[in-house]
Design a protein. Structure first.
Length: 144
């Protein structure tokens, strides 16, 4: 009589092997995580700059058609009363976007004292969501 011996095959991983893999993944995340976070923040800043440029273009188009800048950004999403030009097919924007941190853009129509002409200020409070700090993103040049 022959004895039939079966060899048990090991299936699955031991606790020690799983912990080893978890530690390796943790080390990799610790090394790569900050780099990915910085890139995400830079991408948000660049997206906000692009939106400010897009909003500025819409504001200038509004001004060319009506002879004035709107009192609020919300006016860009509706047809202005002053437009008599038959080529106008408004509104200038479907909706007014928020910045990359889901904050409303700050808009102030005004007068540029250097050139004595009507202009506007358009800005985002930036990552810290606080107006007047160094991380604000604006449509004007800052010198600091």
């Amino acid at each position: 009589m022959t004895s039939c011996t079966r060899r048990r095959t090991r299936s699955g991983l031991t606790f020690l092997e799983i912990m080893f893999v978890v530690v390796i993944i943790g080390i990799l995340l610790a090394l790569v995580g900050p780099t990915l976070g910085d890139k995400a923040q830079r991408a948000r800043i660049e997206a906000t700059r692009a939106q400010i440029t897009h909003l500025s273009t819409a504001l200038k188009s509004f001004q060319m058609d009506t002879g004035r800048f709107p009192d609020t950004l919300a006016e860009l999403a509706k047809d202005p009363d002053e437009v008599e030009d038959k080529s106008y097919h408004g509104p200038y924007m479907e909706r007014i976007p928020t910045d990359a941190w889901r904050q409303a853009y700050l808009y102030t129509p005004g007068k540029d004292a250097r050139f004595n002409k009507r202009t506007f200020d358009l800005s985002s409070t930036g990552p810290d969501k606080t107006e007047g700090t160094n991380d604000d993103i604006t449509n004007w040049e800052t010198t600091e």
